[in-house]
Design a binder for this molecule. Structure first.
Ligand SMILES: NC(=O)c1ccc[n+]([C@@H]2O[C@H](COP(=O)([O-])OP(=O)(O)OC[C@H]3O[C@@H](n4cnc5c(N)ncnc54)[C@H](OP(=O)(O)O)[C@@H]3O)[C@@H](O)[C@H]2O)c1
Length: 272
């Protein structure tokens, strides 16, 4: 599989590694980052494979809106939207819109990107691959009504895990909503990876030594994401892939009523 891929968060970590691997595989890339000067080094490195470098702060609804308009105006077809960018933070932070930052960047931004790019994605019968986290299996329930303003703000086990559970649910809901337009949705956990997100204050202090020693390099995680695009998975939409295999999602994530409720919340908060 190759074509035009829109990839978010390529300044570092898994996003930089996956952009390199997609370029090697013959993809043309649209790099989406909040700071174009920091995105430039990779754009220069992958020069022949970069169709555009677009600015978007994924914590700002207006910024995402203008980026998706720019991309949709320039590219009639998009074969892949790779929702990679994400945050794993320490102390509680809110976005410009007053929404908790993990929910904003890890859940609402991928939703808004799909909504803004659905035209060129449908035109290409394209794929939306979203980077999820197996952490969702270690939480008892998705607390939909707390996502915007969580009461549990523990690093990793609090809003990060909830936002990844939520994006799994949102993408499942979008898979249903866009089934008749031929867009394939897929979620993939890249596995524990040594990056800024997992080595800083977004990691509980007692797990930092583990992540420093045992977590894998970003290139391994990127290879798992590229593998999630393999033709052996066919065109079934809504699959969750972990360690190169299709796995069941938690029951709440595939519950149509929960998906509808969450999609309604995303629509209301982003206005799209
Ligand atoms: N590392 C792991 O063990 C692991 C496991 C499961 C899932 N994941 C997921 O994998 C993805 C990549 O994470 P990573 O570990 O590679 O983390 P990372 O090294 O911190 O990279 C995160 C990327 O997201 C971008 N980003 C963050 N906030 C943004 C915003 N408001 N607007 C635009 N871009 C923004 C960052 O850009 P800046 O450079 O501008 O900050 C950076 O390019 C995330 O979705 C993460 O949740 C990671």
């Amino acid at each position: 599989m190759s074509g035009l891929a829109v990839v978010t968060g390529t300044t570092r970590g898994i996003g930089a590694a996956v952009a390199r691997q997609l370029a090697t595989g013959g993809w043309q890339l649209v790099l989406v980052n909040r700071d174009l000067s920091r995105a430039q080094a990779l754009a220069d490195e992958l020069r022949g494979s970069v169709a555009a470098s677009v600015c978007a702060d994924l914590a700002d609804h207006r910024s995402i809106d203008s980026a998706t308009r720019e991309i949709a105006a320039r590219f009639e077809t998009i074969d892949l939207l790779l929702n990679n960018a994400g945050v794993q933070l320490g102390p509680r932070r809110n976005s410009l819109q007053g929404i908790e930052m993990h929910f904003e960047v890890n859940t609402l931004a991928p939703y808004q990107l799909v909504r803004g790019l659905s035209g060129p994605l449908a035109a290409a019968q394209g794929t939306v691959l979203t980077v999820g986290s197996r952490g969702m299996f270690h939480t008892r329930e998705l607390k939909v009504d707390e996502l915007r303003s969580p009461t549990d703000n523990r690093p990793l086990f609090g809003p990060y895990t909830q936002s990844k559970f939520a994006v799994a649910t949102v993408m499942g809901g979008l898979a249903r909503a866009y089934a008749d337009r031929g867009i394939v949705f897929r979620l993939c956990c890249p596995g524990p990876t040594k990056t800024r997100g997992t080595t800083g204050e977004g990691m509980p202090w007692f797990l930092r030594p583990v992540s420093a020693i045992a977590f894998k390099p970003a290139a391994k995680a990127a290879a798992k994401l590229v593998d999630a695009l393999d033709p052996r998975f066919g065109r079934e939409s809504g699959l969750y892939i972990q360690d190169r295999k299709v796995r069941p999602l938690p029951p709440q994530a595939v519950d149509p009523a929960v998906q509808r409720h969450l999609l309604g919340m995303c629509r209301e908060l982003t206005g799209v």
